[in-house]
Write a protein that binds this ligand. Structure first.
Ligand code: CTP
Ligand code: MG
Length: 218
């Protein structure tokens, strides 16, 4: 069973507000994307990697992969306007015979072998996909502007992370849709998705303080 990764690294990182795309913001001594690339490349679960890079950053991404010895990187494609478009572009370069595709946000640098194992296991148990989730600890409310219009029942609510693993066919059939979450697209196509234990260290770097937190965890 060959397992390929689509690494979504093409975002602009507007909320981080750095002078370069988020994937190339400094984390430790290297651009951020080096951390997930190295971890995915080192994982025995993974056979190949396709990276979606920000437009104009394809070459730096290839050079970086070479520098860190990430030999499983087969292709760096130009990302699209949305995350879904970037995933589609990368998916087109995943070999036809790949059985499983793992989609991961470069903005979650601390991907581990443990979580990869957890999302891959359900694919041999009849699931189309698996998503790492964390419980919601705060009370969740719906607001309209600054007015609270609803308090959402917390029971049964979780937050979704990446890496998300899918049977390649299920993801390819769903990939035409638009969502910030690949699982949502496979769910809409009727796919069965298993929720597995997430990891607080898979925090998505969104704001500058997230970058500081993740740096401290390196
Ligand atoms: N992403 C992508 N292509 C896009 C938009 C996002 O590959 N057109 C990727 C990002 O690189 C990131 C992941 O999807 O790894 C999650 O997106 P997000 O955290 O929103 O990153 P950005 O879009 O870069 O940040 P912002 O929304 O603040 O601009
Ligand atoms: Mg974004």
């Amino acid at each position: 069973m060959s397992v390929w990764v689509v690494l979504a690294a093409a975002g602009r990182g507007e909320r981080l507000g750095d002078d370069r795309p988020k994937a190339f913001a400094r984390l430790g001594d290297l651009p951020l994307v080096a951390e997930p690339l190295r971890r995915l490349d080192d994982s025995d679960w993974i056979d190949g990697i396709v990276v979606a890079a920000p437009p104009g950053w394809e070459e730096p991404c290839i050079v970086l992969a070479e520098e860190i010895g990430a030999g499983k990187v087969s292709t760096v494609v130009t990302g699209g306007k949305t995350r879904a478009a970037s995933v589609r572009a990368a998916l087109a370069s995943v070999p036809e015979d790949a059985a499983v595709v793992v989609v991961h946000d470069a903005a979650r640098p601390l991907v581990s072998d443990d979580v990869l194992g957890r999302v891959l296991a359900p694919l041999s148990e009849g699931y189309d996909g698996a998503v790492p989730v964390l419980p919601v600890s705060d009370t969740v409310k719906r607001v309209r502007g600054t007015e609270i219009v609803e308090t959402v029942e917390r029971e049964g609510l979780v937050v979704s992370q990446t890496p998300q693993a899918f049977l390649a066919g299920s993801l390819r059939r769903a990939a035409a849709g638009e969502s910030t979450d690949c699982s949502a697209l496979v769910e809409q196509q009727g796919g069965r998705i298993k929720a597995v234990e997430g990891d607080p260290r898979l925090l998505k770097i969104t704001l500058p303080e997230d970058l500081e937190l993740v740096s401290a965890w390196l």
